[in-house]
Design a protein around this ligand. Structure first.
Ligand SMILES: [Zn+2]
Ligand SMILES: [Zn+2]
Length: 285
């Protein structure tokens, strides 16, 4: 296996929790010789047009991607990677829009509850416009915690959560795996289960989840991820063959100085090229 990377199917930009803009990400990839990549921001496709346009300029093939968070049984945080879909598909775009609206509405409802609590103890409310500006429209609890600290209502993030954000919490809107598989399939794409090692280290449980999701429409499994040990990667590849799933992989790059390295799973371990060829072979014509 070559020691230089050429593909990466799991990367984040400033459109979710990454630090590089899509253009900066594609520029870095081309410098490294990563000619095939997928941008997979959390629950949004807003960075794709910029990424695809940059890809054309830098000669990098940028595939549409997304990392959706779904809930199943007691699992609250399952990540599903969607690939090679049409981000402009009307039903897909509407679904993403609804999810974004639900997240914003949740953030604002928590803000209203926090302000009610602050009012009860005679403290000044948090300014909604300031929070919206800080959060660039996607208000989440860390933004509110930051405001509470800056206003001097609490001293630390931890206190902000303990005293205000936990008591004022509003449940998240949920998406099922079936919903995710369906919306990606209807937009012409396929799905892979991201980093299964974060769900369980028990092979029996992983096999059960992959079998169940496979029946629901899952097409692949992300065996190659920095959180998996080599023996766990082998196990996932074996599972994939048995269950007729493709094997995907990527760095889960976020652009953080101490974090995952673009194109690599570990030192001297590039993401294998096979993940791109398998995905290309599996895509719907
Ligand atoms: Zn993830
Ligand atoms: Zn990710």
């Amino acid at each position: 296996m070559p020691l230089y990377p050429s593909v990466d199917l799991h990367m984040h930009t400033t459109y979710s929790d990454g630090l590089d803009t899509p253009t900066a990400l594609v520029a870095k990839a081309s410098e490294l010789g990563v000619w095939n990549l997928a941008i997979t921001d959390h629950d949004t496709v807003d960075g794709l047009p910029e990424g695809i346009e940059a890809g054309q300029r830098y000669g990098v093939q940028v595939m549409s991607g997304i990392e959706l968070t779904v809930q199943f049984e007691d699992y609250r945080d399952i990540h599903i990677l969607g690939y090679d879909f049409d981000p402009a598909d009307a039903a897909f775009a509407a679904c993403i829009q609804r999810m974004q609206e639900a997240r914003l509405e949740r953030g604002l409802e928590i803000l209203r509850r926090v302000n009610r609590m602050l009012g009860e103890v005679g403290k000044a409310p948090i300014d909604e416009q300031r929070v919206l500006a800080r959060a660039q429209g996607a208000v989440a609890r860390p933004h509110l915690a930051q405001e509470l600290v800056e206003q001097g209502c609490v001293e630390t993030f931890q206190e902000a959560f303990q005293d205000y954000l936990v008591p004022c919490d509003v449940p998240k809107a949920t998406l099922s795996p079936q919903d995710a598989f369906r919306m990606v399939a209807e937009a012409g794409g396929i799905c892979s289960l991201a980093h299964p090692g974060t769900l369980s280290s028990d092979p029996v449980e992983i096999e059960r989840l992959l079998t169940t999701f496979g029946r629901m429409g899952l097409a692949g499994v992300e065996a190659y991820h920095h959180c998996h040990q080599p023996s766990f990667i082998d196990f996932l590849c074996q599972c994939a063959r048995q269950l007729n799933l493709i094997v995907t992989g990527g760095s889960d790059y976020h652009g953080r100085p101490q974090g995952a390295v673009l194109g690599f799973l570990d030192v001297n371990k590039p993401v294998p090229e096979s993940v791109w060829t398998e995905l290309m072979a599996a895509r719907t014509p």
